[in-house]
Design a protein. Structure first.
Lengths: 469, 1207
């Protein structure tokens, strides 16, 4: 019995001592972030997808036809309110302003987690700096997309007071905080800071698959767009030129056309449009496409009809289907995995966009260079028109006409990729949409050009100011 | 064979040895003894003669011949006394009179037991008077605690001396020269002996507890066994004999109406699903609300780790959610439900929802008792006549109207069609001529299929259970085995459950004993296939739902199961042929659950009042669920439905191979079916040491208990989705690589295979101090601190101490109540304390998990870590403060009443709260709400008639609970606030039901609703946060609930009737107004009264059919009259009901009829369950309790016939 007594005592003591250890075991397969490599894995997962794609619905590239299903309201009818620039759309859907708002901020959160924790992590210091660079750049890009979707376009006169979006410089420490909107100027300043920090830190040799990560070229491409939107033409032009020094490859569409269209392998073209080996692609990410939206064919026949017969893009970018009332787009992989969504690798930055940025900046800068713009466009059109007829400066005598041509050409090149809406906003282009019985208008300076802050955000965050309506 | 003797200290050594010998034999020849019991005749008359035989021998012979058990205290001088007897068919009592009464003994026959005592020595009444003045003298009365009857002849002895006396015919006794602090020892056959400390009080009333009803008088908390008189907490007891287990075989489902304040909703009749048990209301909003089940002191964890929100979803995993369903109900000795903080204090942070403590049977000292029990029950099928749906004619005419108004959408005929659509389809393919077409339409109007009749059957369940109990003073054993078979209410559905239990108690020495338990059970169950529920647009959805109950209720009666030739008639669903009978045979879930539990309880009595108890319990479970859709199933065929280009482009189950250019969508399942395997291994350990010290100083007695416990729960889960299973070709597999590829590219879809490991560890320290003064004033202090590994690295929140204080006062022991004859007992008690709840949600630290990027080119795949939840260093456990007050009393030996009041304040409730998405997340798990529960409970137990031959007793329980959310840190949009299961709102119950306010139909036949400003509209956003437009209907959960049991006994007949009831809640009617009316749906009969022409709005509330143009207009106007109408105030009914739940008739076959067998007693029972339901007529057949979805189907009427035999 003595033995039992002591054994029990020992049990009790060992229990007390080992209690802390006993409770330290991981309850499941979670990771506790400790090394620089851990943080690198976090930032690899934090790359934003093309959440801005839904904005294509707002533009003149699409036309909605009711394409009902018998038993269920299908996703096409879910998209209908967005098409009508309504703030009342069905959430729970990956193709909405709400999803963009939520997902961009989620990526920002992960970038902030990296920036806050990586200095305490163990590992190679050079890698640490490069990962930090990626995090800064993700933070800058996400905020830039948010401010351009959910706020008015940057206006140098009023930017200091115009409502932007909250700029998150750190992750939330106490749950359930409320955030108010920072001014557009403040947001732009922070973006600029973060992007230049990134430019100084990025080391491409650490990236296993560089086209899925920020590179010097894609950061310059971002800055080219950033300054263009900020109407700082000289800087925009400078960064465009920096991109061309690193990469000035224009996609050879004739090669695609001959390779795939001669054989009728149309999907082969779509599947490879944004592959990593395409030299014109600067940054790409696996992205939810427009789901049945793409299948349900919202791409307007009317827009398709404006392509000249000699412009191969009209034929190569779209596909006629007898099953649907509109053309379907052929820029994206039509992949339908088990979750019922459709995915594609989608380009976030391509050389062609930078070309048009440079063209626009050279036309709008203080001492404009029209010929430079014409040359940039011709460089692309050379591989788009068969037979090729070069643009002539004489046909575009005024800045207004030339700008219109640049914006139109940009859309023909980059249609359905989510660039159009921002140009519609910047250039105040009038849009009209057929609702089934009549045309609805989106006139210039309409308040709906600043997409409403999602209801769910307004519901949970009383300090968030809605956009005026 | 048949001795059951008192083997206390005074027992006959000879018999003791014999029992031991017999024990050994029993163990060795357990089964043999079953069949070899000697064929002795039993009789009420005795034939025996002999000269100079001992009384004992005579008694033994009497016992043998009569089959009665004898209880007597051994008294050598008496028992060895020789008598001459000559009995020939002499009545039993004559024999006893002859040999006992004549020798100074008295006896009492109660059922099968004869108790023998010495004839009381009558004290001359004068002597009482003469000695009562002396201060050292003590007098008193010995009574039965339960009945209050005096115990004639009980022995009272001063402990440690030879001074003793027997109580007289009034139960009175007196003793001289008894000093303060002396201990009296009171012994009486058939009762637990008791010690009584003498204090200043010199006129005492000492109550003894009968051995047979000892469980009534103790509270088993799982940590301690406490005398109910000194207990300060609130506990409800269920007598397992009263449990209406027959036909359920799941204890959880049978608790309904048995205990006040315990609301049981049987949301599903499917075996193995959890019944919704709420003890004193809701404690949590998003967290765990289930009470804790404790078996023999150890917490019984569920075999699968299931999210609280998923519990009533009807997903296949919920079939495994009820751990208690693995327990054989016949092994249960006692169930006690601990309700307040004082009672549950020892469970600390797990106990916020109350604790259900189940004690299983153990072997008893004495003769080998064998019992066998069986049940056959018949479950009746429902009928469509209970529901208000359109008949064939109405349904076909509805379709014709749609067609005439050009509302039939032909583009989707590929996907789904029913009776009308099939004819249209055949017509369009020229398989029918126009004449045949019109002919067939007229014929379809006459089918009037009752799908309940087609799919359901009157099924027979049977259950068998046998047990053996035996033992000596050194060791006792209990063994049982059971088999339960449910043939299933529908085709291709059944359940088998096997269980075995072996338990041994070993008294190794005078102060050391060990109990070992080995329990095993296995369950095999087959059910129709159900895929997991998903949510879309705020509404739950389920692919390929073939719940036969839902199907039978919602499928058009113009469709038929068989065609004219008797072959199955196929319609179309999911682009493929569909027939429900065929589908149920080809799409099913097989569940296999195995469980082994081993437990060792050690008890070491270190000194007389100090002991150390150890529990080591290990349990392992294996739960496998195999969902098979065979190659012939509609599921598999829909995966390869691509017969034309239209279907190819519309069928979302087809796949585009990104590496295969220029391809139409193709099937990933060119051959075979699909198997979804889900395997859960659970391992559970509990190790607990407690030290118990019970000193007594004069009037002060203490019970100090303290100890520590560690627990581990480990869930190891793995599963996969396999494509290409060839079920009918020897279960071979022929997978296609594209199936795996397709899963691989889904960023959030089901991976091809998955594994998961969850380890939950807790370490706890606890202490309980009970103090009793003069056996009347009781005080309890309890505290417990729990630590859990789920609360992350932060030490701060790891140990949450809870504390409870309780007090009670046994008023009836006070001198001023001693003379009050009509008062049997009176007790006042109260408690106050805290409890906690590990909600199972959230974590204070970042939750990050490994993953890979999804990329088309496998060379480009990179490793990622995704953060699924942010850190919340401020996250606290859910907590509760609970106050409880109660009054218990008994009157006229006829009625016992318990009245309780409680107040629960639940705070720091954890929920997934909508937060600003700027934080990076749309919801965060945080402490976001507080609420309170207040209620009272009445338990009324009466013996209305108590004659020897006729007895009538009543048990009435009533519990009232009012719940209110006092803080809520978020606002909800109208779509979330109006869900059918209820939603929380500050100042309202946690499951409040909210409705849109229906105003009228407009001139266009569409419903209009009142807006917050009082205007009429049907276009408002479902995401509007303006809740003013809603009307609060009431709580979704009943305010009051309970049961009424009446038991009658006339000689061998017993009858009992159980009514359960609930009231005060509101429920939503099934929705019927739709955006589209599918050809397959059985439409609500009310639609026959729909609006058809302008002006109808004056006579009807039923909206019109909506055609395509209106549909588009409504969408562009953000109008959702469909959702709002189905969730409007006119679609609400009262949830109050009274259910005639159970009637049971039992008959004890008279002994004389079974004399010739070895059976000691034989009982036949007949029961009926769910007999009548009285509820709001608006419900039209909808069960107010049931939540029908997925695998769950409501309870149905069933009849049971049972047999119980004891050997």
């Amino acid at each position: 019995m003595k033995i039992l007594k002591y054994t029990t005592l020992l049990w009790a003591i060992s229990l007390l001592v080992s209690c802390t250890k006993y409770l330290e075991i991981n309850p499941d397969n979670r990771v506790r972030l400790t090394t620089v490599e851990d943080y690198q894995a976090v930032i690899t997962g934090a790359y934003p997808q093309a959440y801005h794609h839904f904005t294509e619905l707002y533009t003149d590239n699409v036309r909605y036809y009711d394409y009902p299903s018998y038993n269920n309201a299908n996703i096409t009818s879910w998209l209908f309110p967005i098409y009508l620039w309504s703030d009342n759309y069905i959430t729970n859907n990956a193709i909405t302003p709400e999803a963009a708002w939520r997902k961009y901020y989620n990526d920002i959160y992960e970038a902030n987690v990296v920036l806050e924790g990586i200095d305490q992590a163990t590992g190679d210091d050079a890698l640490r700096q490069s990962v930090k660079g990626e995090a800064y750049m993700i933070r800058a890009y996400c905020h830039f997309m948010l401010v351009n979707i959910f706020a008015k376009h940057y206006n140098p006169q009023t930017a200091a007071t115009d409502l932007g979006i909250p700029y998150m410089l750190e992750s939330e420490k106490e749950p359930g905080q409320h955030y108010s909107r920072d001014a557009i100027q403040y947001v732009y300043d922070r973006i600029e800071e973060d992007a230049f920090k990134a430019l100084g830190l990025i080391r491409e040799e650490f990236m296993a698959v560089p086209k899925y990560h920020w590179s010097r070229a894609s950061i310059h491409a971002f800055l080219s767009r950033f300054y263009l939107f900020k109407e700082d033409w000289e800087r925009s032009l400078y960064h465009s030129e920096e991109v061309f020094k690193l990469n000035n490859n224009i996609r050879n569409l004739f090669a695609d056309f001959d390779a795939y269209f001669a054989t009728g392998d149309y999907n082969g073209f779509a599947n490879r449009y944004f592959e990593t080996h395409q030299s014109n692609v600067l940054l790409v990410n696996y992205t939810l496409t427009w789901n049945t939206f793409e299948r349900g064919s919202l791409y307007a026949n009317e827009y398709r009809a404006t392509f000249h017969a000699n412009d191969v893009r009209g034929r190569i970018f779209t596909l006629w289907s007898a099953q649907t009332p509109n053309y379907m787009a052929r820029k994206f992989r039509r992949n339908l995995p088990a979750d019922g969504q459709s995915y594609a690798d989608v380009g976030l930055f391509v050389v062609e966009e930078v070309m048009y940025n440079a063209a626009e900046a050279s036309v709008r800068k203080d001492n404009p260079d029209f010929q430079y713009a014409i040359d940039k466009m011709n460089a692309i059109l050379q591989q788009r028109w068969r037979p090729y007829v070069a643009l002539n400066l004489a046909d575009y005598p005024t800045q207004e006409l030339l700008l219109e041509k640049i914006i139109d050409e940009k859309n023909r090149e980059l249609c359905y990729e989510g660039y159009r809406w921002f140009d519609v906003k910047r250039h105040n282009i009038h849009i009209r949409h057929w609702d089934g019985t009549q045309y609805r208008e989106l006139p210039p300076d309409d308040l709906r050009r600043a997409v409403q802050i999602p209801f769910a955000e307004l519901e949970a965050n009383p300090e968030m100011q809605p956009n005026p309506r | 064979m048949h001795f059951k003797l008192d083997v206390g200290k005074f027992c006959l050594p000879l018999i003791n040895r014999k029992v031991l010998l017999l024990m050994k034999l029993t163990i060795c020849l357990l089964l043999m003894s079953f069949t070899q019991v000697s064929a002795t005749l039993f009789s009420q008359t005795i034939t025996f003669s002999g000269k100079r035989v001992s009384i004992e021998k005579v008694l033994r012979e009497v016992e043998k011949q009569s089959g009665f058990n004898l209880f007597y205290k051994y008294d050598e001088s008496l028992m060895s006394k020789s008598v001459d007897v000559d009995f020939k068919n002499v009545q039993l009592h004559t024999v006893l009179d002859e040999i006992l009464v004549k020798n100074g003994l008295v006896y009492k026959i109660d059922r099968k037991t004869i108790t023998i005592n010495r004839k009381p020595v009558s004290n001359p009444s004068s002597s009482v008077r003469t000695i009562q003045e002396q201060s050292d003298d003590i007098k008193g009365v010995i009574v039965d605690r339960h009945t209050g009857e005096p115990l004639v002849g009980a022995t009272v002895r001063v402990k440690g001396t030879s001074i003793g006396v027997a109580a007289d015919e009034n139960g009175a006794f007196q003793l001289r020269n008894v000093k303060n602090g002396s201990t009296l020892e009171i012994i009486y056959t058939g009762y637990q002996s008791r010690e009584f400390v003498v204090g200043n009080d010199r006129d005492v009333r000492i109550a003894l507890t009968g051995e047979s009803d000892s469980l009534d008088e103790v509270v088993i908390t799982g940590y301690q066994t406490i005398d109910k008189r000194t207990f300060t907490g609130s506990v409800g007891k269920v007598n397992p004999d009263d449990l209406a287990t027959a036909g359920f075989s799941d204890v959880g489902k049978a608790l309904q109406g048995m205990v006040a304040g315990v609301a049981v909703e049987n949301t599903s009749g499917t075996f193995g699903t959890k019944s919704k048990i709420r003890i004193r209301g809701n404690s949590s909003i998003s967290g765990n609300q289930e009470p804790l089940w404790v078996i023999d002191g150890v917490v019984l964890d569920d075999p699968v780790n299931i999210n609280p929100n998923q519990l009533y979803s009807g997903d296949a995993a919920t079939m495994l959610s009820s751990a208690i369903s693995g327990i054989n109900p016949d092994d249960i000795e006692d169930i006690q439900i601990l309700k307040d903080a004082s009672a549950t204090a020892m469970y600390g942070t797990q106990a916020v929802n109350g604790v259900i403590v189940v004690t299983t049977k153990k072997g008893r000292v004495g003769k080998t008792a064998i019992s066998y029990k069986n049940n056959f029950s018949l479950a009746m099928k429902p009928t469509i006549r209970d529901f208000n749906v359109m008949n064939s004619k109405q349904r076909m005419e509805f379709s014709e109207e749609l067609y005439e108004k050009n509302l039939v959408d032909f583009t989707n005929m590929n996907s789904t069609y029913g009776a009308f659509g099939k004819l249209q389809y055949q017509l369009s393919r020229k398989e029918l001529t126009w004449d045949q077409y019109y002919d067939e339409i007229q014929r379809a109007k006459t089918y009037n299929t009752d799908w309940f009749d087609v799919l359901f059957r009157n099924s027979v369940n049977h259950e068998h259970s046998a047990s053996i109990s035996t033992g000596t003073e050194k060791a006792q054993f209990y063994m049982s085995a059971s088999y339960f078979r449910d043939n299933g209410q529908t085709h291709n559905q059944h359940t088998d459950r096997y269980s075995g239990n072996f338990r041994g108690n070993f008294n190794i020495s005078d102060n050391f004993s060990i109990t070992g338990t080995l329990y095993g059970s296995a369950r095999n169950q087959r059910l129709f296939g159900a895929f997991d529920e998903t949510e879309s647009g705020g509404l739950p959805q389920r692919d390929f739902d073939i719940n036969p109950y839902t199907y039978a209720r919602t499928t058009s009666r113009a469709m038929r199961p068989y065609d004219d030739d008797g072959n199955l008639e196929y319609y179309r669903a999911n682009f493929a042929p569909f027939n429900i009978i065929h589908e149920m045979n080809n799409n099913f879930v097989d569940v296999a659950l195995k469980e082994i539990r081993f437990q060792v309880d050690g008890l070491w009595k270190i000194t007389n009042n100090l002991n150390l108890a150890t529990i080591l319990s290990a349990r392992t479970t294996s739960a496998q669920s195999e969902h098979i859709s065979t190659e012939l199933s509609n599921v598999a065929q829909s995966y390869r439905a691509m017969e034309n280009t239209a279907i190819r482009s519309a069928n979302g189950r087809l796949y585009n191979d990104p590496n295969d250019d220029s391809q139409f969508p193709i099937s990933v399942l060119p051959r075979g079916g699909i198997i979804i395997l889900d395997n859960n291994q659970g391992e559970f350990y509990t190790f607990r040491n407690t030290l118990n010290y019970k000193p007594v100083f004069h009037n002060h007695s203490f019970d100090l208990m303290g100890g520590s416990e560690i627990r581990q729960r480990k869930y190891d889960r793995h599963g996969f989705t396999g494509y290409g299973l060839e079920y009918y070709r020897g279960l071979t597999s022929s997978p296609d690589y594209r199936a795996i590829q397709r899963d691989q590219f889904a960023s959030n879809g089901s991976p091809y295979y998955g594994m998961g490991l969850n380890v939950h560890r807790e370490a706890s320290f606890f202490a309980n101090l009970a103090y009793t003064f003069k056996n009347r004033y009781n005080l309890t202090l309890s505290s417990r601190a729990d630590g859990s590994n789920r609360l992350g690295a932060s030490e701060r929140f790891r140990f949450l101490p809870i504390w409870v204080v309780g007090a009670s006062w046994n008023v009836d022991d006070e001198a001023f109540l001693q003379g009050v004859e009509w008062l049997d007992f009176l007790k006042v008690r109260g408690s106050y304390g805290t409890r906690g709840n590990i909600s199972g949600l959230g974590s204070p630290e970042i939750l990050a998990y490994y993953g890979t990027t999804t990329r088309f080119n496998p060379d480009n795949v990179e490793e990622i870590i995704s953060i699924s939840a942010p850190d919340n260093p401020h996250l606290q456990w859910e907590k509760e403060k609970m106050a409880n007050a109660a009054l218990e009393f008994g009157l006229f030996k006829r009625a016992s009443v318990t009245l309780e009041w409680y107040h629960r304040q639940n705070y720091d409730l954890i929920g997934n709260v909508q937060v600003s998405r700027v934080s990076g997340f749309s919801t965060k798990t945080m402490n976001w709400a507080d609420m309170k529960n207040e209620g009272f409970e009445i338990t009324l137990n009466t013996k209305n008639i108590d004659n020897t031959n006729f007895k009538w007793s009543t048990l009435f329980t009533f519990g009232y609970n009012y719940n209110e959310v006092t803080r809520l840190q978020t606002n909800a949009a109208v779509v979330r606030q109006t869900v059918d299961r209820g939603a929380p709102l500050e100042g309202r119950p946690v499951t409040g039901l909210y409705s849109f306010r229906f105003a009228t139909l407009n001139a266009d036949g569409l419903p209009m609703f009142y807006t917050s400003s009082g205007g009429l509209s049907n276009s408002f956003s479902r995401y509007s946060t303006n809740l003013d437009m809603l009307q609060y209907e009431g709580s979704r959960e009943p305010l009051g609930s309970g049961g009424l049991t009446n038991q009658f006994q006339y000689k061998g007949f017993q009858a009992s009737f159980l009514f359960t009831y609930a009231y005060g809640n509101k429920i939503r009617l099934n929705p019927f107004f739709e955006r589209y009316y599918s050809d397959v749906m059985a439409l609500d009969g009310e639609l026959a009264n729909r609006w058809t022409t302008p002006g109808d709005e004056r006579y009807t509330n039923i909206p019109r059919i909506v055609e395509a143009e209106t549909r588009t207009q409504l969408i562009s106007a953000n109008a959702e009259p469909f959702m709002a109408y189905n969730r409007s105030d006119i679609r609400v009914a009262s949830g109050s009901y009274v259910r005639f739940k159970n009637v049971m008739l039992a008959y004890d076959i008279p002994t004389r009829l079974i004399q010739r067998t070895n059976i000691n007693n034989l009982k036949v029972t007949a029961q009926a369950q769910n007999i009548v339901l009285w509820a709001d007529p608006k419900l039209r057949g909808q069960d107010p309790e049931a939540i029908v979805s997925g695998i769950s189907i409501p309870m149905t009427t069933n009849y049971t016939l049972g047999l119980t035999m004891n050997f």
